[in-house]
Design a protein around this ligand. Structure first.
Ligand SMILES: O=C(CO)[C@@H](O)[C@H](O)[C@H](O)[C@H](O)COP(=O)(O)O
Ligand SMILES: [Zn+2]
Length: 350
């Protein structure tokens, strides 16, 4: 049993690694086309059978609903959902027509069709792609490694480098999620942001805050240099995260640490410190700030709860700003007795 599990997971990881090397430009192009289509008030359609019908619906729902960012609903439609069409058209015109006839009815120049098929040979998917091209609809095909009938009716092909149906499908869904992400970034004008969505750029805090407010999420923040990360940090971050829904760590920039702690600091660059923090399970977002203290960042973030170690309980200058925006300050007792300063002193001895 363990061997089967291990082998499937290894295979799935390998297919995705191969896809990363082979399909990057095609995924970007598919996203660019989709963003252009939706920005121009055109529509996208998605077709597939069985598991791919589920993927088509999943993908479409990310657009009518949301994927990651707050934005207007976007018209991406799975053509596998209307049982009256599927049974009526299937019964009267044959199963090959169930998607094609819908594409014929709705498709217009400038629209996009995503045709998902692990084999690439399902006649109803191939027929939908053929009719789409005739109507000036741009066709993005997602298939597996084998040459397939669908290949001839696509304007852009994403061929997952595998011949195993399950692995192809899993990778197709990953690619579709990436298309969701890139398309949102392109539409919202932030395609050049760092790929890591958990780093908030200064100036974006207000927008994120508004999004979380709409979702009624309790926002928790904390701040620090986190220069020489240790188990005590993980412990207090876990306890901070437990106080709400989203934990944002406000991280002193390199220049800020240098001013606050002296010219020899930080030991790790702000990028390195941010990456380590993001890798910790309790941390949702990291925002690097450049001032000596986090007051300006807190004024934008307006956290519901701001956490600091209990050693700051006597005087915390940020308290006033947190409370001004209706938040409260929580002082977390240090349970694991570690501090970066102690660690650094010990390292100096060695
Ligand atoms: O999910 C699976 C297999 O993993 C099945 O439901 C599978 O999608 C169905 O057999 C489809 O009919 C296969 O069609 P296609 O993807 O090859 O076009
Ligand atoms: Zn499946």
């Amino acid at each position: 049993m363990d061997v089967v599990v291990g082998e499937a997971l290894r295979q799935a990881a390998r297919v995705k690694t191969l896809a990363r090397d082979a399909l990057g430009p095609q995924v970007v192009e598919a996203s660019r086309r989709l963003a252009e289509c939706l920005d121009g008030e055109r529509r996208a359609y998605v077709v597939g059978n069985g598991g791919s019908a589920a993927d088509a619906q999943h993908f479409a729902a990310e657009f009518t609903g949301r994927f990651h960012r707050a934005r207007r609903p976007l018209p991406v439609l799975a053509l596998s959902t209307d049982t009256s069409v599927l049974t009526g058209v299937g019964n009267d015109f044959g199963f090959d027509a169930v998607f094609a006839r819908q594409v014929e009815a709705f498709g217009r120049q400038g629209d996009i069709l995503f045709a998902i098929s692990a084999s690439g040979n399902s006649s109803n998917v191939v027929e939908a792609a053929r009719i789409a091209q005739k109507k000036g609809v741009f066709v993005v095909g997602l298939t597996g490694r084998h040459p397939a009938a669908l290949d001839r009716h696509c304007d852009l092909l994403l061929k997952v480098p595998s011949v195993v149906t399950a692995r192809i499908q899993e990778c197709q869904m990953t690619l579709l999620h990436i298309v969701c992400d890139l398309t949102e970034r392109l539409l919202l004008g932030s395609a050049d942001e760092p790929a890591d969505e958990s780093t908030i750029l200064p100036g974006k805090l207000l927008a994120m805050r508004e999004e979380w407010r709409q979702q009624r999420l309790t926002v928790v923040s904390t701040n620090g240099c986190f220069d020489v990360l240790h188990a005590g940090h993980l412990d207090s971050l876990s306890r901070a995260a437990a106080l709400g829904d989203v934990l944002v760590v406000l991280l002193n920039s390199d220049a800020s640490v240098r001013r606050v702690k002296g010219p020899g600091r930080p030991f790790s660059s702000q990028g390195g410190r941010a990456v380590l923090l993001q890798a910790l399970e309790p941390v949702d977002y990291v925002c690097i700030f450049d001032q000596d203290d986090p007051a300006a960042a807190l004024a934008e973030l307006q956290p519901d709860v701001h956490c600091k170690g209990s050693e700051y309980a006597a005087a915390l200058p940020e308290r006033e700003i947190v409370e001004r925006f209706g938040g409260r300050v929580e002082f977390l007792p240090r349970i694991i007795d570690l501090s970066s300063t102690q660690l650094i002193e010990r390292l100096d001895v060695v």
